[in-house]
Design a protein around this ligand. Structure first.
Ligand code: OGA
Ligand code: MN
Length: 295
């Protein structure tokens, strides 16, 4: 197995390994180290079936069960489908607008996702990249003033796009507006530390996103808005100094560590061009914040 960094700041390419085979303890440790060192792994030439993807993913911990069974594979409901394909009857094959704004997976629930794994099954001719931001570097790059201000503060995270002025709802997803409206009512807000100490590396990472962080606990919107703008800036920065943009090759399997990575689906493709990804998620093992202090 060979590990080659794809950029100075984030991401490594892994070659000469077949994840469909049983994986030795040495290979597991090497992969673990590579993920902690590089935050995003691009493992080339993988053609895992949904069951094989589950077996590989379970090496990293217990998997989350996708909330919407409608968008999972026939072989196993632990694999979620991301796709823009629409059936003749108008229903979607998978999640159409997944990840279209900068975020860390499931930061809107008490125990957010630890690691996300995407097997690319079908790539569009154009577009469909995923962008990643190193959140250790994003934290490091903040001014001392902002670092001091956010020390010990909690971000308020919510799943719904309704009521979040920093995002919009994609017109490509059938019924999306009603879906998000229902979600806005049904799902509670949670709090997460704005600065997360990574449970395995102990390093400090910025932990917030324009997609899910809608406020700061204990602050009015006027107070929190300038702080949120300042901490979102290194994520959304057009110059992208802490970033890696992945352009999928055939048979790439890409995985990232949500505790130190913010990411987004760049888009830029459309029917009849089809993108399809198979997604598994390793759940976190404990909450980062005591939800009892939430308002
Ligand atoms: C995700 C996600 C990005 C992409 O699966 O969590 O954000 O490019 N995907 O599909
Ligand atoms: Mn995501």
């Amino acid at each position: 197995m060979k590990v080659t960094p794809v950029s100075e700041i984030v991401g490594a390419e892994i070659t000469d390994v077949n994840l469909a085979d049983p994986i030795s303890e040495d290979a597991k440790s090497a992969l673990r180290k590579a993920l902690l060192d590089h935050l995003v792994l691009v493992i080339r030439d993988q053609t895992l079936t949904p069951e094989q993807q589950v077996t590989f993913s379970e090496i990293w911990g217990e998997l989350e069960t996708p909330s919407n069974i409608e968008y999972t594979t026939e072989e196993t409901h632990k694999v979620m489908i991301l796709s823009n394909e629409i059936r003749p009857d108008g229903t979607a094959v998978g999640v159409v607008d997944g990840g279209d704004f900068w975020h860390s997976d499931s930061s809107h629930i008490e125990i957010p996702s630890a690691i996300t794994i995407l097997q690319s099954v079908r790539n569009p001719e154009r577009g469909g990249d995923t962008e990643f931001c190193n959140m250790y570097a994003a934290y490091e790059g903040l001014s001392d003033d902002i670092k001091e201000k956010i020390d010990g503060l909690y971000g308020i995270h919510h799943v719904s796009k309704v009521g979040n002025k920093r995002v919009t709802i994609s017109p490509d997803r059938p019924g999306a507006k009603d879906f998000y409206k229902a979600q806005a009512k049904a799902r509670p807000k949670v709090i997460q530390p704005l600065v997360l100490e990574h449970p395995e590396t102990g390093q400090k990472a910025l932990y917030c996103s324009p997609r899910f962080t809608v406020g700061i606990h204990g602050m009015s919107e006027e107070e929190s808005d300038p702080i949120l703008d300042a901490i979102f800036a290194p994520i959304t920065d057009r110059k992208r100094p802490n970033h890696y943009r992945h352009k999928y090759r055939e048979n790439d399997l890409v995985m990232w560590d949500n505790r130190c990575i913010c990411h987004r689906a760049v888009g830029g493709y459309g029917l009849p061009d089809i993108r399809r990804m198979h997604r598994t998620v390793v759940g976190g093992d404990r909450p980062y914040a005591d939800q009892h202090i939430a308002a």
